[in-house]
Design a protein around this ligand. Sequence first.
Ligand code: ADP
Ligand code: MG
Ligand code: ZN
Length: 610
Amino acid sequence: MDLEELKNKKPKRPVMFYYLIAFGILMVLNFVLVPWMTEGRIKETTYSDFVKQVDQGNVEQVEVQNQTYTIYYVVKVNGKEQICKTGIMDDPELLARLEQKNVKYGAEIPKQQSPFLALLLTWVIPIVIFIVIGNILSKKMAKSMGGGPGAMMFGKSNAKVYVKSATGIKFSDVAGEDEAKELLTEIVDYLHHPEMYRDIGAQMPKGALLVGPPGTGKTLLAKAVAGEANVPFFSISGSEFVEMFVGMGAAKVRDLFQQANEKAPCIVFIDEIDTIGKKRDGNMGGNDEREQTLNQLLTEMDGFDGSKGVVILAATNRPDSLDPALLRPGRFDRRIPVELPDLQGREEILKVHAKKIKIADNVDFNAIAKAASGASGAELANIVNEAALRAVRDGRRFANQADMEESIEVVIAGYQKKNRVLSEKEKLIVAYHEIGHALVAAKQSHSAPVHKITIIPRTSGALGYTMQVDEEEHFLMSKEELENKIATFTGGRAAEELIFHSITTGASNDIEQATKLARGMITRFGMSDEFDMVAMETVSNQYLGGDASLACSFETQTQIDRKVVELVRKQHEKAAQILKENIMKLHELAKYLYENETITGDEFMKILGE
Ligand code: ADP
Ligand code: MG
Ligand code: ZN
């Protein structure tokens, strides 16, 4: 193991456990085995047999057990003794018979339980058993609640303490994200040379909040800080504070900060802080436990002395749901955005992960990075791994360019479906549909719109797949560009209408995206003549897909809907017009795609240019 977890010693089984097992074995012996063994030696006979044996003078001794209605007797034949038993019968002559043959006889004295034993059985043993079981259960509970064995230990934080070099992750393992690295480097530097900062009177931020979409390397960055800093690093996930009982989370926060203060200078990292840092709302009967935990966190962050060198890092992908009190200066006063990587960042991330696998020297990472536009760091890591897996599947010892290209599609669109065969007609429709998109895009932008199109069904459910290129990153989109995008979305359906004069369900995703974009233009970007610069919608959760909520009157909503339809219809018509003008190229390209199942951007542009 490469990380040292201080609180991970396995508790020993209680001694009581072994006693219980021994006790159980004894019981089994006593009540099952012993009677079974002795019973085996006693022969059961009929009453008439018994009388016969007595008459023949073979019986030596008789004992009557009235409690169990059994007669035990010992028969001696040729010097061999045999114990036999039989049932009691109402036989008044029995005694006379026995007397006559001079047999020793008698009856057992009914057993009397001693009062001491009775007390023991009815009171003492059950109570002892209860206490033992109770003890074991409570120990288990205490353990599962984060305490160790022994006394009940509620409210212990189970933060893992990493020590330097234990995680092995350095800043060099995190590609791209230069701004984030720079800010974090400063914090690490402060912890190493606090005098320099104190001399000049500068105060380090008490906390820094890493925000960004999932899979962009927030947790990774925090681990890298742990690897670079020479100080203890406490790592805990927000969900670990969430407990069943009110007050437990708060106690854990208290414990965490107490530990941190003892170990200062050190770094505390709270991952997914939105689980405990959600906005407190005025609702009655809100989540008391969560609020108490948050309050405790706020208090603790105020309470400690920043100059002692405790730095709090936290990560979240829902910064807008955090309580404003948490974000004010003095608590998390530094906000470090960790965004989706740009082209260069993607290339670097691919290279970092490619170091871990065997890969051909001539792989063009730039091309892969271009094709994987919009992918997060986690997806890129996955792409590299899929490429290695594919190489193994094909029995090769190195991954190559083709592996990488195929794995982009795998990661984004799922595996190829081997057994799903499209009918010829369906395949033709899909080919025209995909070419429709690409052709509309190409005619509007006059450049290669796609990296590659395939019409092999994928496990994600997509029947065809288009890998878009976006050569240069952009941050601003003009109204025309957005309109062109909508036209491109409608291009697939427009091609179906033009060629087959019928429409299919294949456009559902296009419709969704076109609508979303058109709505955004009207309600958020102020791109309609009617509403000017008035926001009709607000977006929350920008890093997690972005849910929009309407903020306008009913009449306006109706108007917005009308505008959206108008906008999309206009672009749909434009797309249809473009395709009609280029119908020969549409046929040619669709035929090529239909026959080859794949067309690259270069092939596409070549056919288009001819
Ligand atoms: P999150 O931002 O959701 O916390 P993680 O930090 O857990 O994401 O990243 C998941 C994985 O993605 C990492 O383990 C790493 O393999 C990969 N990854 C993400 N960003 C980067 C990056 N900038 N450089 C290298 N690998 C990265
Ligand atoms: Mg994370
Ligand atoms: Zn489509």
